[in-house]
Design a protein around this ligand. Sequence first.
Ligand code: PGA
Length: 262
Amino acid sequence: MDVIIRGTADEAVELTAAIIADAINAKPEFTLGLATGKTMEQVYAKLADLNKAGKVDFSRVSTFNLDEYIGLAPEDKNSYRYYMNYHLFSRVNIDMKNTHLPDGMAKDEVAEGERYEKAIAAAGGIDLQLLGIGCDGHIGFNEPLSSLTSLTGAKVLTPNTLEVNGVYFNPPSSMPKRAFTMGVGTIMAARRTVMLITGKVKAEIAKKAIEGPVSAMVTASALQYHQNAVVILDEAAASLLEMKDYCRMLWENDPKWKKFHR
Ligand code: PGA
């Protein structure tokens, strides 16, 4: 696992967007896995800027989001479909029919999970999966205790997630208690994963996910088994890492990161 530490959240965001743009430029027919949440808003703003500047083209890109709340329609302002349309899809030259999220209104939940897995496979699998991390260590909505080989399906959210994300709902208690999410196994099948972690509030969970034991209690720790995973942190999120000095050496000395130096 490559762990890269940048000074500020802005620099971490900029590197994340640059890695995505670089990967799309190398393979224009690209299947991109997307994430939602506060941290990602800046990444999407940056990608929209790069698209506007002609530095990345989304016209042949297909996207698959990690998750969607069960019971929320696409028009609902709290749905992740709404979030994605607002923060990214309406701001870049992507073909909307190539953008995919689980259908939060699907009646048959098992069939919806299977449909999503098949759609990902039909698109050739995910080339790069963008990831955030929850304070409880979740990737997608794979909450603590989730199987580390799970596929897309319905998950019950933890009290921690309900508390953290409830602030976006009015009243907070109206937040759905369940969501569809790609499984940890789905995420692990992506050819490459890029996780972005910023802010002091994430320092403790970043340490557990990156340096702690692999455990279903912190589903992000499964990425330690991924062959092509990078985690990008700002100084605040990296503050508790034991391997900080080594991470800096990695950024300075691994030739694959040189082209991202500015
Ligand atoms: P956040 O969400 O960026 O809003 O902290 C991250 C996540 O829950 O995956």
